[in-house]
Design a protein around this ligand. Structure first.
Ligand code: IMP
Ligand code: MG
Length: 189
């Protein structure tokens, strides 16, 4: 990204990602979560329902840490507005491929922030009569909660900062980072 200056010079505006949770810590925690999830549902096939796109890295690693029968499906939602803050209005962009009726479903999300996205999703999914409906999030920004949503499995509670990496984006970028960091935007000059 660059900004054209009057003289024709382009300055690259530096965004800085300050490390918050290392890749090793994330992987260790995901191993623990996978074991716990299987312990809670010892004999059942588990359908991991990933919320596109942010949940993809977390879902991919979590799935490998849950022994036994596991399948995937994906749903895509978007909040209106391009702000770094969730606007609270949610739209379903891609529905699931298959029915979840009678299944043990684990919704996998990158982050629980205001909770409005998951509240909307849970309402839709509950109507489809799954046997169990649980939530796993990598990150939980507890302070920001508006909706009364509780995650059954939480990787890490985090402070009220805008974070990127491991699926989390800023304008679609940084999802590929193997760690999570706090994004510092350049100050206007
Ligand atoms: P909620 O509806 O406010 O809980 O927000 C859920 C969505 O907002 C997440 O799935 C993310 O896409 C996005 N989001 C919330 N906080 C952050 C953040 O710190 N970094 C990147 N995306 C975020
Ligand atoms: Mg998201």
């Amino acid at each position: 990204m660059g900004t054209k200056r009057a003289g024709g010079a382009t300055t690259v505006k530096k965004e800085i990602v300050r490390p918050l949770i290392s890749s090793a810590k994330i992987q260790k925690r995901i191993r623990e979560m996978g074991r716990q999830i299987r312990k809670d549902f010892p004999d059942e096939p588990i359908l991991l329902l990933g919320v596109l796109k942010g949940a993809v890295p977390f879902l991919a690693d979590l799935a490998k840490q849950i022994p036994g029968e596991v399948t995937f499906d994906f749903i895509a939602v978007s909040s209106y507005g391009k702000d770094t803050r969730s606007s609270g209005q949610v739209k379903l962009n891609k529905d699931l491929d298959s029915s979840i009726e009678g299944k043990t479903v684990l919704v996998v999300e990158d982050i629980l922030d205001t909770g409005l996205t998951l509240q909307y999703l849970l309402r839709i999914l509950q109507q489809r009569k799954p046997k169990h409906l649980r939530i796993a999030v990598l990150l939980d920004k507890v302070e920001r909660r508006i909706a009364n949503v509780h995650a059954d499995y939480v990787g890490f509670p985090i402070p009220n900062e805008f974070v990127v990496g491991f699926g989390l984006d800023y304008a679609e970028r940084y999802r590929n980072l193997p760690h999570v960091g706090i994004l510092k935007l350049p100050t206007a000059d």
